[in-house]
Design a binder for this molecule. Sequence first.
Ligand SMILES: CC(C)(COP(=O)(O)OP(=O)(O)OC[C@H]1O[C@@H](n2cnc3c(N)ncnc32)[C@H](O)[C@@H]1OP(=O)(O)O)[C@@H](O)C(=O)NCCC(=O)NCCS
Length: 203
Amino acid sequence: MFGTRHMNGNKRRYTVRQATEADLPVLADIKSPMAIHKDRLLDADSEKMLYMIIEEFGTVIGFGLLVFKRPPTWPDANDSSHLPAMVDLLVSPDRRSRGAGSFLISWMEETIRSRGGNHLYMCVDPVDNPRAHQLYLRLGYSTLQTQPYRSHWKFADSDGNVHEGNVWNIDMVKDLSQKTRGSPNTYEATLCQGAKFVTDSMC
Ligand SMILES: CC(C)(COP(=O)(O)OP(=O)(O)OC[C@H]1O[C@@H](n2cnc3c(N)ncnc32)[C@H](O)[C@@H]1OP(=O)(O)O)[C@@H](O)C(=O)NCCC(=O)NCCS
């Protein structure tokens, strides 16, 4: 079920597989601290949450979570909306813009389809992270709101580190039953207005 998958036309460049304990040091190098990755491995479950790694020519270059049900340890464990969801997709800075992120997203889409699902959700800060937002739009994702909403997140990892932040988010979704890419969406039409809204609200 979690067999490796390689990029077509670029023999064995990218491979997607499940993270294991042996990956912890390299995962912590890509994003610290190590405890968040340890906790994810403990929460990972073949039915509910997959912690996936992407390798380029055998070197770990990124990761992402595919969440079907939020783990009981998460603050939003009781929230069953917007699932399955991609969470915390990350590719090492020196390995970006070569298709790795798109490859891992495509792997997630195929995994959902193979389980009979039709949607993949994600959220992004379209103002502070326009590249990720544009990437998702290009891959056929549509936005669910006309304006970003303010979101506060906070959790403590198993080493006692508290992680906390405030972000502007917009939710995105793709209908995986459609073969065509997404159509223009409401958020694009109000991007400038949304950016102004963010600026005004943060002042
Ligand atoms: C968002 C993120 C995961 C994308 O990963 P990535 O590997 O760079 O994604 P891709 O390479 O598939 O696509 C990104 C860009 O590469 C371009 N690209 C993809 N394949 C390409 C190829 N073969 N040749 C040239 N360019 C390519 C895409 O068009 C896109 O264009 P851009 O550089 O103008 O943005 C990465 O930027 C990242 O880790 N960012 C920090 C964390 C983050 O923001 N995560 C998302 C939170 S919502």
